[in-house]
Every structure is written in C-alpha cells, then in structure tokens.
Write a new protein. Structure first.
Length: 399
C-alpha cells in the first residue's frame, strides 16, 4: 500500500494522544482543569480513538492512500495474444555515403584487388616467379595494358624493400592512389559564368539520362536553378524519359519534337537559360557509337552553336561511361576526347560491375578530371569523386 502522511495527519495523530492523556488524567482525578460534570471520562477516550483512526489507514474502512504528488500511475498496455509473438520492426538508419561507396565497390574489389592479392599469397617473398605472375595478372585486369605496366614497373623498382604480401599490396595501393589523386577535381561553377553550360555525351546505355537527373538534383540542393535541354531527339521515348526526371528533381525543361536537329534544341535551351536567369544549363546529347564519325560530327556542331551564342560554352563537356564495359571505356574516352575535348568524366554502374578498375586506366592515360562516380540508383548514389575515399573502399576487405 502506497501512503504518505501529510502535515495534517501528523497534527490529528498528535491530537489523538492529547485526548488519550485527558482520559487517563480524568480517571486519576489529575485533570489540569475542572471538567464539566456532564462529560463522562470515556468520551475523551472515544475522541482519541476516532482521531487516531482518522490518521492511521485502516484497509477496507479508511484506506487513506492518496497518490504521491507528481506520481503518474503506470499504464499497462494490453497485449493481444496474436501480437505477442510478432516483434516490432526496428528502423535501421540510412546508410552513409561511405557505406554506400564501400558496398558499391565490393564487386570491383573481388574482381580486381582480390586477383592481385592472390598472387602474393602464393609466396612469402617477391621472387622472379611472383613478379612474372603479377605482370600477367595486372595485364589481365581491366585497367589497360599501359596502366598495368605503370603499376608493375613501380613494384619492380621497389621490390628490394617489399618483404611480404601486405607490403606489396600497400605499394600497389600507394601507386593507384597517386594516379587517381591527379584526377580528383570537382566541377567549379564561377559566379560570373551564368548560365554555366554542361554538355553531356556518351553512348546509349551508359546512364546519361539518370546521370543528368542526379547532377541536377545535386545542383538544386546547392541552391542553383537548373534547366535541362533534351538534345537526344533520335532515340525513342528519350525526350519523355528525361522530362520525367526533370519534373522529379524540379528542374526547368526544354524539348522539341522527335527527330529535330539536336543543335537547335541546344540553342533553344541556352536561349531559355539566359532569358529565365538560370544558373546551370544541362544539355543531353544523342547516345551514339564513338566509331561513327558522322554522328560525332553532330556533337561538334552542337558545341559550335553553343559557343557562338554564349562564348566559352559549353563550359563542361561531361563524358558518361559505363563501368560494366571494362577496357572499352578507355577507347570510348579516347574517341570522344579527340572529337570534343572532354573536360570531365562520370563513371556509372560501379555497383553492378567487377570491372570498376578501369577507372585507374582512364585516370592514368588521360588528363581528364573524374567528376562523379555512380554506385546505385538513388539520387544520392552519384557521388563527387574523392580519390582517398575511393581507394579506401576499393582495398577494403570485409571478409
């Protein structure tokens, strides 16, 4: 039984003993005053018992159990039998950008790093046989022959200081980091350049459309106003697909009918960007085979039209590459760069490929900044390229 005495309870309790004293004193004829003749002795005892009973709780008759001040009775929730055996789902925190990168590069780790580390596990020393096997393994990866020998020569020169497998892998990690760090350079949007024009190129299936949407999403989050022009006028449903993404990210949109001249759409987009005061114009171009010269000429024409209307534009010619095609991405880069002068690269679909090591080959062979890497379908899965984070995730062994 929960019970707390109040100050009044103490007073009544004390008063009951005063009347009990009067009862005893009256029986012994020692009252300090002259009692009324019509008040019997037992009346003092009756008052004492009544007061005592008031102050002391008596279960069933006088419980006297007021709640403790500030105490809130606990509410016991009734659990239904069918609910008792079903655990409540625990909401997991959203994965961080670092976690997504590590998960996205797990296949490349297995297809690239694991193949190399397996060579060193066969011997405790870096002998001639191991070096030969390392050479063959590097050449067989997706980094390209030229880059394979760049890394192999570095290991061969430092062979005397490499004592075990861990040191060998650290040496390869150091060389790859040095190659990639040279190409780490995010897109810069000067305040005086408005609109900043990004022309996006690449073959069909490389992920151009979703990459444009993700870039627009990133720029919108930075407080930039963005307009997208659909210059891919040849592929069926390309315009509708890009318009859907533009609406989704809240970007303005310029389009023309299917089969229209791509350079005219780019011109209209630039004119709209200038008149509406947009910060950034992103122009989609028709996906085409890099081996088709006549199609590449159309990209050159679009570039000339933009420069004539807005001198210096396009300020960024971004090439979107599909990581799943491996070494073919190196050749695509060469052809597009020769035709247009590519200023930035976005490597997509790294999460679905074991051939992501091609990024090392591209970085080694071309002096082109790597702007973005794509590691998933969500808007946040297109990340600005950071060499240190990329290499850490690439060499991370979770097993």
């Amino acid at each position: 039984m929960k019970y707390r005495f109040s100050i009044y309870d103490y007073f009544i309790y004390l008063l009951s003993y005063v009347f009990f004293y009067l009862y005893v004193a009256d029986i012994l004829n020692k009252l300090p005053f002259e009692p009324p003749a019509d008040i019997p002795s037992w009346s003092y005892l009756a008052v004492a018992v009544a007061l005592n009973a008031w102050a002391i709780p008596i279960p069933g008759i006088h419980p006297r159990t007021p709640p403790i001040e500030g105490h809130v009775p606990e509410q016991v929730e009734e659990i239904k039998p069918e609910e008792a055996a079903v655990p409540k789902p625990v909401k997991k925190p959203a994965p961080s950008a670092k976690d997504k990168l590590e998960r996205g590069l797990s296949k490349t780790h297995k297809g690239f790093i694991d193949r190399i580390s397996a060579v060193f596990r066969r011997s405790a020393s870096l002998n001639e046989n191991i070096l030969k096997e390392l050479e063959e393994t590097l050449v067989g990866t997706d980094i390209g022959v030229r880059t394979a020998y760049t890394i192999f020569d570095f290991i061969q020169k430092n062979a005397d200081s490499i004592k075990d497998a861990d040191q060998a892998m650290d040496a390869i990690k150091t060389e790859i980091t040095a190659i990639l760090e040279k190409r780490e350079e995010p897109i810069s949007l000067p305040e005086e350049t408005k609109p900043f024009v990004i022309m996006v190129s690449g073959v069909n299936g490389s992920g151009k459309t979703t990459t444009i949407a993700k870039i627009a999403y990133h720029l919108k989050n930075q407080g930039k106003s963005v307009i997208i022009a659909s210059g891919d006028t040849f592929r069926a449903a390309a315009i509708e697909q890009l318009e859907h993404w533009a609406d989704k990210v809240g970007a303005d949109f310029i389009k023309s009918h299917e089969g229209a001249d791509p350079s005219s759409v780019a011109f209209d987009g630039l004119q709209a960007a200038i008149s509406r005061g947009h910060d950034v114009l992103i122009i989609d171009t028709a996906g085409r085979l890099h081996t088709k010269e006549n199609l590449m000429e159309e990209l050159k024409k679009t570039k000339r039209v933009l420069d004539k209307k807005h001198p210096g534009s396009p300020h960024e010619i971004l090439l979107v590459l599909d990581a799943t095609i491996g070494q073919n991405a190196i050749e695509q880069t060469r052809q597009f760069n020769n035709a247009l002068g590519v200023t930035g690269i976005a490597l997509t679909k790294l999460d679905g490929s074991s051939k992501g090591g091609v990024i090392v080959g591209i970085a080694n062979e071309f002096e082109i900044p790597i702007r973005y890497i794509g590691i998933g379908e969500d808007m946040d899965d297109l990340q600005p390229f950071k060499a240190a984070d990329f290499v850490h995730a690439l060499f991370l062994d979770k097993e």
